[in-house]
Design a protein around this ligand. Sequence first.
Ligand code: FES
Length: 352
Amino acid sequence: MAFSDSVASWRDRFSISGWALLPLRLFLGFTMVYAGFLKISDRTFLDASNPASMQAQMLHAMKSSPLSALLPHIYEHAALFGWLISLGEVAVGVSLLLGIWVRLGAVGGFLLSFSFFLTVSWGTTPYFFGPDIVFMFAFIPLVLAGDGGVWSLASSIRAAVVRTSNLPNRPVEQIAPAKLAEVDRRVLLRTGGVAVGAGLIAVAVGVIARSFGGSSSSTTAAKTTPTPSTSASSSASVSPSASASPTPTDKPSGTKVATTSQVAVGTAFAFDAPDGSPAFMVQPQAGTYMAWSRVCTHEGCTVDFDGGQSQFACPCHGATFSEDTGDCTGGPGQGPLQKYTVVKAGNDLYVA
Ligand code: FES
């Protein structure tokens, strides 16, 4: 058996799974487009001063990742790699959704997930708390099976090209190689044109959203509108705020974010910190005000406030953090939440 024949039979063996893999393919395709779109539209994603930015995640990853020797070099070109990751995610998603070059797209998705696993998720314990390893393995069936001709724009384009190519009505092996090569060339041009066009539209939408001030990302914490959150399941988290119980004569510094009436004991008040990160103001004991970042130290999800347990809880993988110290008290969190200094002046609460 010729090598090309063995490759063909290998492909045929896996291609019958096209329908079975369609739900997985659509989920991964949508998720990748969504993830790339959010990064492109998120102005804070490449803002090194933001604790949820790509740079901040890389600094965190440098401490434990097996790629720690490589990361400083990538860090120097964070903007370039940030755009490559974002555009790569969009390209992978478009490929899977449209059914164009699905195997190639799945290889790209696998490599992206593998790189996230080696960096962002590497310290996750146990390993299955991290989503990247799951995504990594989810792409493998699509690498093996492709689209199987199901919901496949590439297959439709090929069929249309064949119909209009005046190929002789003979078995394919009896058709002149030059004729078949011409068909392949036309299919490649058309599928490439469609894929590039769809990718450009997705990127354009993301860039437009960015220009209108979008600021959330799949892997970074979303900003929150200052709203009181008074019990379990309001979001908040993060770091230490200076407890401070300054007297009304203290000179206010920083930004006024709340008034004491908005932060009752046992509740959390959500606000945007001066650095743009979502944060919570809490009053663990009467008269002691603290402010913590809501950015989970595991993978950057936005933590909620669990008033019943006096703690912050991450909805992504279950990390919990102390309301008093910001320390991780359970789950895969890596270090305490970031703390903000709080100054109380009269009935106003300021955060530096
Ligand atoms: S992001 Fe994983 S526990 Fe918070």
